[in-house]
Every structure is written in structure tokens, then in C-alpha cells.
Design a protein around this ligand. Sequence first.
Ligand code: IMP
Length: 198
Amino acid sequence: MDKIIFATSNQGKMKEIREILKDLDVEVLSMKDAGIEADIVEDGSTFEENALIKARTIRDMTGCTVLADDSGLEVDALNKEPGIYSARYMGEDTSYDVKNANIIERLSGLEGEERSARFVCVIAAAFPDGTDETRRGTIEGQIGFEPAGTNGFGYDPIFYVPEFGCTTAQLESDQKNAISHRGKALRAMKEVIRQRVV
Ligand code: IMP
């Protein structure tokens, strides 16, 4: 069976990608499963560049097909901040209660469409022959007026999805995966893997 490494140490992401790729004849290994440790500097200026930096680095170390992702929140009224800096916004160690309260505060006085935002996820694949591909998934929403919900992580409590009438922190994980930026990017990458690997 072909092996693919997913360059993440996040168990939640591993579970999601294994679920999405389960009907393909590939084994998906985490960095830990593959016995790899790497401290990769993500110094790209786009989600695509950062995902490719991670995928290419591990591909070059192992010679395997490697997937990597990069994701974040873009708030239109804040010039698409925090964007690629979503994890580092206000400092890596600052709690999301504080980050979320700060974003709500910065949008005070704005209503409806003025609060538009999206989650973006890019999955990159780097192949042993030196080629690579990226796929992007997004979900559109609005920044809520106060945090709501306890599911998910990060900015989920302030990401309100008008079609569902709730935040992504108020959705069950399978409901969120069906509509999320990461789910969409992973399903698009599945078709690339089907053609290139399996
Ligand atoms: P990374 O791609 O794991 O580096 O994630 C980047 C950051 O974007 C996370 O630490 C969160 O702050 C934010 N983020 C990405 N996807 C989501 C999501 O689905 N919900 C909430 N926050 C997210």
C-alpha cells in the first residue's frame, strides 16, 4: 500500500484526513508515525507558500509523498488580518478568549456584511518526482457580536455562519467538516491523490 505523510502533529487533523481518504488505498502517516522531527520556519507570505514550505521540506527529507496544510481567519474590515498570522495573532501564548475579544472590539460599530470574514485552508502535496500541487478551501461567514459555542477551537466561537444561524463552535464536528475550509481543501486534494498516487 502506498504511504503518504501528513506534515502535522495535530491529532484532530490526522483523524480528519484519514476519514476523508479512507476509501483510497493509501496509508496516512503522521510525522510521529514516520519518525520525523523537524522545526520548519513558515516564512512564506501566503497560505500556499507556507503549506508548500512544509510539504517540500518533509518530502526532501523522506522522498515520500507529503501533504501539509496552512490555515487561518481573514477579516475583511481588518485588511484580512490575522490571515497567515492567525496562530501568532497577539502572541502564540495569548488565549483565544483574549484574541477573540480583541477582534470583536476592533469591529465595534460595524454591522452585517461589514463584519464579513472567512476561514481559509490550503493543502499542499509534494511528490517524490519534485512536483507539487495546492488546493484551497474557504468558508464564508461573519464575526459575531459575542463568542458562542464550545466545540471546535481557535476562532470558532466568533465565526458566525449565516446559513446555519450559529457559530462553527456550535456545530458538531461532522457538520463542521462537511462545510469547513479544511474539509473542502482535503476533499479537493483527495482527487489529486487519486490521480497521482493510487
Ligand atoms: P494552522 O494551519 O494549524 O497553523 O492554524 C492556523 C490558525 O488558524 C489556528 O491556530 C487558528 O487560530 C486558526 N484556524 C484555522 N482553522 C480554524 C478553524 O477551523 N477554527 C478556528 N480557528 C481556525
